[in-house]
Design a protein around this ligand. Structure first.
Ligand SMILES: [Zn+2]
Length: 161
């Protein structure tokens, strides 16, 4: 069986069918998967993750390019990425990470209008588990458990800022 590791490919599932931006929704609403709301950045769990612990870090402002962020927002964004990685390390002890931006549909962006970093924790041998995850699509329970494990750490983040 061929194993294709394409952590960004299924992002289209994320795109909201009503056309409302899922990041702006997650920030203004009571997004059940929102881990962190900061002054300029936010962290949400990917509702349809490639693997458990797949996080999305975005600016609060609805912009589609890095160049539209001011210096403070850029700094905060990278710092939040770093902090999210640190929390995942603490809670889930992965062997590594894929971290990246999908810019443009051709690159796999599902929500092009609102810039966001993907943080995907990786474990040795996880490509096998991924096919199981992908077939099942029953991750909601995993997500809630992971959310409960991660949330206290992100809450501490809020207190620090
Ligand atoms: Zn938005």
């Amino acid at each position: 069986m061929k194993t294709l590791w394409a952590p960004w490919r299924m992002e289209y599932i994320l795109s909201d069918k009503d056309g409302e931006c899922i990041f702006c929704q997650a920030f203004s609403g009571e997004g059940a998967l929102t881990l962190y709301k900061g002054a300029t950045t936010m962290v949400v769990m990917n509702k349809y993750p490639y693997i458990n612990g797949h996080l999305l870090v975005s600016p609060v402002r609805h912009v589609d390019a890095m160049r539209l962020l001011n210096r403070e927002e850029k700094g905060d964004l990278l710092e939040t990425v770093e902090q999210a990685i640190a929390i995942l390390k603490t809670v889930m002890n992965p062997d590594g990470f894929n971290v990246g931006l999908n810019l443009g549909k051709v690159a796999g962006a599902g929500v092009e209008a609102h810039l966001h970093f993907h943080i995907v924790p990786r474990w040795f041998g996880d490509t096998n588990a991924l096919t199981v995850f992908a077939d099942l699509r029953v991750i909601p329970e995993h997500i809630r458990v992971t959310y409960r494990n991660l949330k206290p750490h992100f809450d501490k983040l809020s207190e620090r800022i």
